[in-house]
Design a protein around this ligand. Structure first.
Ligand SMILES: Cc1cc2nc3c(=O)[nH]c(=O)nc-3n(C[C@H](O)[C@H](O)[C@H](O)COP(=O)(O)OP(=O)(O)OC[C@H]3O[C@@H](n4cnc5c(N)ncnc54)[C@H](O)[C@@H]3O)c2cc1C
Length: 520
């Protein structure tokens, strides 16, 4: 069974994408002792869609006021990987860094050391590019832990590229300087196998004598004495444990659980903590500023190209791509929790077809994570507050208009698509294809892209809206950092796993006081 000592130099809470990297990097120094505490088990998980129901946190949001009208109780299902490797082990493996401008914005907001020139070396350091066309690009790395390759490309993929060409878009490396255009999907796959932080970093480090990994261990509270984090309480095999640190605790429990643990430990908005009778250690806006990418599936049935139908699913490996506008060469079943009435209309009968997914990359709506109770095992209240900012609706309608143009290109015109395929009775009060129609459609059926971020926002010392400083130290508390997707000041305009990898690589350098990646 897992060995656990009474005291370690560093304790890392959560062995997901960020925690796996932090534990690996800190234990590179054989004289440093590290404990990684993970709620889940070790399991070599496969693809996303058959996983969440088994190894996830099982979260639902609270009922949404402005969206999810076509979902049971107007709630969104939020899978989170509860397994060594975290959400990085149940995700769709899409490799997307976001735009260089995301990081320039972070820097402009006061986050010194987080501009594109600062973060690019860490993207490169963590990468092992396999695609020949990008190997010698100055934006890509070779020999790092995470492999980047490309998935299976079908006839429907080529159709999508031809449509892009007809609309005047360039082919692009969307992980290079410019994201605009149509590009081949880049994925974290090595020789057909998921290439995640736990597989590629932790698996090699796991048997170092100075690194202990405690699985099935649920952290309930951080002990703070005289404004210093001194230890961690956790439950394992129904028994309570306490372990203390000589140096630091690094919280990497993700966008939902890191703020939950901070609040349970007395770090959070004062009035909220007082309502729950939790003694206030530091009054900080923990749990606020929650952001996510909301997206829309647009299925189209066709028998003119071979796509993934039930028979082909058995014979071909594959992935789900998901960026701004993504072509998925399959029709999807009701994975998302639509009401029966909505599902009857929106979910196509099984067969041939493709789905174009449109996601909003820079949402302006802001939500929150709050505690439901003082019990660490009680699910927190998750409120992404989707579409509360009406500009997000306009942006998504804009995406729908591009999708309409794609379907009007020559390659798609030959597919025999039905004109009224997306005409739904639940929006029949509006003229089909009008802005009001699409707004209604979006408010009914748009879904999460599983990218929650920003609930422990990073920014300079003097900004009261932030939780951690630019070295990711919790403000006003010694010996405690947050290192995961919750520290993004704002969500990046793409999938969030690789920005989290970069954050973890960078944080490991902050903690060790080294600069392990330099600009080209
Ligand atoms: C279904 C799905 C598909 C996705 N697809 C993509 C994609 O294709 N590309 C992409 O870039 N991103 C994708 N993402 C998002 C990406 O995986 C996450 O942004 C990333 O994993 C965040 O890393 P993290 O370290 O912040 O959190 P996580 O990886 O979620 O890690 C948190 C860890 O903390 C552990 N933990 C939580 N609470 C406790 C506790 N109290 N005690 C002990 N341990 C605890 C959890 O078990 C987990 O292992 C997807 C996410 C999901 C869920």
């Amino acid at each position: 069974d897992d060995v656990i000592n009474d005291v370690y130099d560093y304790i890392v809470v959560g062995g997901g994408t960020a925690g796996s990297i932090i534990a690996t990097r800190l234990s590179e120094d054989a004289a440093t002792s590290v404990l990684l505490i993970e709620a889940g088990v070790f399991h070599p998980l496969g693809f996303q869609h058959n996983i969440p129901y088994i190894f996830d946190g099982g979260y639902y949001t609270v009922s949404q006021k402005h969206s999810h009208k076509g979902f049971n109780d107007q709630k969104s299902y939020w899978p989170r990987g509860r397994v060594l490797g975290g959400s990085g082990n149940i995700n769709a493996m899409q490799y997307t860094r976001g735009s260089p401008w995301n990081y320039e914005e972070w820097k402009k907001a006061g986050c010194d050391g987080w501009g594109y020139r600062d973060v690019l070396p860490y993207f490169i350091k963590s990468e092992d590019m396999q695609l020949p066309e990008f190997v010698s690009s100055p934006f890509h790395g070779k020999g790092g832990p995470l492999a980047v390759s490309s998935g299976y490309q079908s006839e429907a993929t080529q159709l999508f590229f031809h449509a892009g060409q007809e609309l005047g878009y360039n082919r692009t490396d969307y992980n290079g300087y410019d994201q605009e255009g149509f590009g081949v999907l880049q994925t974290n796959i090595r020789n057909g196998v998921r290439s995640s932080a736990s597989f590629e970093y932790l698996r090699k480090a796991r048997y170092r004598p100075n690194l202990h990994v405690s699985l099935r261990s649920f952290v309930t509270k951080i002990s703070i004495k005289a404004n210093r984090a001194v230890g961690v309480y956790f439950v394992k095999d129904s028994r309570k444990h306490y372990v203390s640190t000589r140096k630091e605790i690094i919280l990497s429990a993700g966008t939902i659980n890191s703020p939950q643990l901070l609040m349970l430990s007395g770090i959070g908005p004062k009035t909220h903590l007082q309502e729950l009778d939790i003694p206030v250690v530091a009054d900080l806006p923990v749990g606020e500023n929650l952001q996510d990418h909301l997206g829309l599936f647009m299925p189209s049935k066709t028998d003119k190209v071979e796509t993934l139908n039930a028979d082909l699913m058995q014979s071909k490996g594959h992935i789900y791509p998901d960026i701004q506008i993504i072509n998925i060469f399959a029709l999807l079943p009701n994975l998302f929790g639509f009401t029966e009435a909505t599902a009857r209309e929106i979910v196509p009968e099984p067969g041939n077809g493709f789905t174009i997914y449109i996601l909003i990359t820079k949402p302006l709506s802001r939500g929150s994570i709050k505690l439901r109770s003082k019990d660490a095992f009680d699910y927190p209240l998750i409120d992404p507050n989707y579409l509360s900012d009406t500009r997000d609706v306009k942006t998504l309608v804009g995406g729908v208009r591009i999708w309409e143009k794609i379907l009007q290109t020559r390659p798609y015109q030959n597919m025999g698509l039905k004109e009224d395929e997306h005409k739904m009775s639940f929006c029949s009060q509006h003229e089909f294809r009008s802005n009001a129609y699409w707004e209604c459609y979006i408010r009914h059926v748009a879904i999460t892209t599983y990218h929650p971020t920003s609930t422990c926002k990073m920014d300079p010392e003097n900004d009261p809206s932030t939780v951690v400083d630019t070295q990711l130290r919790v403000k006003g508390i010694k010996g405690l950092r947050v290192v995961d997707a919750s520290i993004f000041p704002n969500i990046t305009s793409g999938n969030t796993n690789i920005p989290t990898v970069m954050v973890a690589e960078r944080a490991a350098d902050f903690i060790r006081g080294v600069d392990s990646a330099t600009y080209l």
